[in-house]
Write a protein that binds this ligand. Structure first.
Ligand code: NAD
Length: 358
């Protein structure tokens, strides 16, 4: 299925840029427009390999800027929207929650309003092959569900209990998206995904942080006892799931997406160290660099996702077994030194010093 015109918000960020590549490669839309405010986390270099593709247009736009958003929507018509723009780092939300409320809650509200106005009159939920002719896919996180005990997994019915300001702001945006479907009939699907990793992930997130610190022989900071459990998913598996939801997901539904690859943070850090020992034997053993640091306030202990709904309804499966995807990710950071060296200076350098005192 090829959509007439797909809008991707946050397309210069980690998952957004990976999704742009996926959408172009799979011919998901005849035209693709990316909007992104290019905050510290957005990087146009992420899209440089496809910048010349005639199907792709980029516009720098902040979703909290309503007048600009309204004139943007007045000038162009989109049939499908995938909303990825967000403030996304839990640690930053603890240090400065306001930006999270502004972008994730208020920004999502402005976007939903702009889309609702733009689509009023154009909506037909039963069009070609029973697919809606318009669709808004709101991309969210499993962190909205809070923390699990030693057993169990989040389902689509799990009540929301967000613990960090990041998770609370994402929960607020999910509620708005759901309400716009319920009240105004806006064709919305919501996805809640577990932790992603892969190329183009900003160095503040755990996996690139550990890879880059290994490459620079710097301490590998592990929060608390390192026994927090996460369910890691390779970003390309997430992108496939998102494309499937756009083409075949049921309107008004929520879908959980997860890798069914639970592991503790410490186990994950050790796995990266083992890969680095092979790739950079001169620095081995890299796990000598592991340094336990004060735990993140309110740190959720365990997340696990039950993704049987998207698996049974749409046939989606995570494809990455073992640590192959982790190794691919390490290779990407080794091969793309220019990309991350540019980021490690400037704003990120100051952030890192504040966070880890080095
Ligand atoms: N990374 C994960 O593990 C993960 C897991 C599940 C869900 N998600 C969700 O997926 C989405 C993308 O996450 P990511 O990891 O790619 O984040 P990211 O921080 O790498 O990218 C976010 C992008 O949004 C842009 N942006 C921020 N504020 C904006 C604004 N006001 N207007 C326009 N653009 C703005 C940034 O410039 C950046 O390009 C987020 O909604 C996040 O909550 C992420």
């Amino acid at each position: 299925m090829t959509f007439p015109h797909l809008l991707i918000t946050g397309g210069a960020g980690f998952i957004g840029s990976n999704f742009v590549y996926h959408a172009l490669k799979s011919n998901l839309a005849r035209r693709i427009t990316v909007i992104d405010a290019l905050t510290y986390a957005g990087n146009l270099e992420n899209l440089s390999a496809v910048a010349a593709d005639p199907r792709l247009t980029f516009q720098r736009l902040d979703i909290t800027d309503r007048p600009t958003l309204d004139s943007f929507f007045a000038s162009t018509e989109f049939t499908h929207v995938i909303h990825l723009a967000a403030e996304s780092h839990v640690d930053r939300s603890i240090a400065g929650p306001e930006a999270f409320v502004r972008t994730n809650v208020l920004g999502t509200f402005h976007l939903l309003e702009a889309v609702r106005k733009s689509w009023s009159g154009a909506l037909s939920l039963q069009s070609v092959a029973d697919r809606p002719n318009r669709l808004f896919l709101h991309v969210s996180t499993d962190e909205v569900f809070g923390s699990l005990g030693a057993t169990g997994a989040f389902t689509e019915e799990t009540p929301y209990r967000p613990n960090s300001p990041y998770a609370a702001s994402k929960a607020g945006s999910d509620h708005l998206a759901r309400a716009y479907h319920h009240t105004y009939g806006l064709p919305v699907i919501i996805s809640n995904c577990s932790n992603n990793f892969g190329p183009f992930q900003f160095p503040e997130k755990l996996i690139p942080l550990i890879i880059l610190n290994c490459l620079q022989s710097k301490p590998l900071p592990v929060y608390g006892d390192g026994q927090q459990v996460r369910d890691w998913l390779f970003v390309s598996d997430h992108c496939r799931a998102l494309a499937l939801l756009l083409t075949a997901g049921r309107v008004g539904e929520c879908y959980n997406i997860g890798g069914s690859r639970e592991r503790t943070n410490l186990d994950l850090v050790r796995a990266i160290c083992r890969i680095m020992d092979q790739k950079r034997p001169a620095g081995a053993p890299h796990d000598r660099l592991i340094t336990f640091v004060a735990d993140r306030p309110g740190h959720d202990r365990r997340y696990a996702i039950n993704s049987s709904k998207i698996q049974s309804e749409l046939g989606w499966q995570p494809t990455q077994a073992g640590d192959r995807a982790l190794e691919e990710t390490v290779d990407w950071y080794i091969e793309n030194r220019n990309w991350w060296e540019g980021i490690l200076s400037g704003e990120y350098h100051e952030y890192y010093a504040r966070q880890y005192g080095a």
